[in-house]
Design a binder for this molecule. Structure first.
Ligand code: 13P
Ligand code: SF4
Length: 304
């Protein structure tokens, strides 16, 4: 039996569903029931009737699925799949910024840990950050941990954005420099540039399109252009090529790889389904508060 067949058999046997992020290894994406961005994966996790969710992504994504599904088992095939950006915002720092800005609402990027989410008024993903921040009542919003996404939002809303922490960013996206884009444009003069809002402001300013991973996929599918320079984690290229076979995709920078995302392998997915260990657990009180903030985001997006 091939590894793929083993995974399929275990999945059926255990009434499990496999959710995978757009940055996952090609073979992991190909075995998944749903591949998507952070927002799409949260919604799928909420809707599933499976007993077990195998989450092929990083810690904060699996945690979000577990928070939305307190009665289901959410498995992380790799315990090394930890998002370094999510580690940047500690509760003490967040509480101190909140105490200094009592009138501000707090919107946290989904790339945070549950214990920080528990102190947020609302969560956002890159696909809805502008919408969520605009929906807050107050004129100032504490936003974190990504300063690059904060820059993207700040340019599109008429509210004061207070970054928490001051200099948080994704080490993978931050690697892409404007010079990389210029070099890629010289090599591919007919290509349009689609980037993630986790990229530096200088890269965002050069882009034809800025959006979440699902947004980038949708944009390239609908665009009349035939060639694209992609400014996000390079795992997305597999999906882009699969969905638009006649189009060409070039990474803006060859080094844009999220190492922890790649710790999830097909073998680990099989083992995870087999022994069911490493289920994500979020303490009840934290989960309840974080769930309210995540569901508020889903409500805001649903109403728009
Ligand atoms: P998306 O929500 O766009 O999939 O992004 C998640 C992420 O971690 C980007 O680095
Ligand atoms: Fe975290 Fe960046 Fe990896 Fe996304 S690409 S999971 S933000 S480290």
């Amino acid at each position: 039996m091939s590894l793929q067949q083993e995974v399929e058999a275990l999945k059926k046997d255990k009434n499990a569903v496999i959710l995978a992020h757009n940055y996952q290894r090609p073979e992991v994406q190909d075995i998944a029931d749903f591949v998507g961005d952070s927002y799409g994966l949260s919604v799928k996790a909420k809707e599933t009737s499976a007993d077990i969710i195998v989450f092929c992504g990083v810690d904060f994504m699996a945690e979000t699925a577990a928070i939305l599904n307190p009665d289901k088992k959410v498995l992380m095939p790799s315990m090394e799949a930890l998002c370094p950006m999510a580690m940047l915002l500690g509760v003490d720092e967040l509480r101190s910024i909140q105490n200094s800005n009592p009138a501000a609402d707090t919107v946290l990027y989904v790339n945070t840990h549950a214990r920080a989410k528990a102190y947020a008024d609302c969560i956002c993903t890159s696909s809805n950050a502008v919408e969520v921040v605009s929906a807050m009542d107050s004129d100032s919003v504490i936003f974190g941990p990504d300063i690059n996404l904060a820059h993207y939002v700040g340019k599109r809303v008429s509210k004061k954005i207070i970054s928490a922490p001051k200099h948080g960013f994704c080490p993978t996206h931050h690697l892409i420099e404007p010079q990389d884009v210029e070099d890629a444009r010289k090599k591919h003069p007919n290509a349009v540039l689609a980037v993630h809002p986790e990229c530096q402001p200088g890269v965002q300013d050069m882009a034809d399109y800025i959006g979440s991973t699902a947004g980038i996929i949708d944009y390239t599918q609908k665009s009349d252009a035939c060639e694209f320079i992609i400014g996000t984690e390079n795992g997305i290229i597999h999906r882009l090529k699969k969905l638009s076979v006649d189009k060409k995709f070039y990474p803006a920078c060859d080094m844009t790889v999220c190492p922890t995302m790649k710790t999830v392998t097909l073998e680990k997915v099989r083992d995870s389904l087999w022994d069911e260990k490493d289920a994500v657990e979020v303490p009840g009180g934290v989960a309840e508060k974080a769930r309210a903030a995540i569901e508020r985001m889903i409500d805001i997006v649903g109403k728009s």
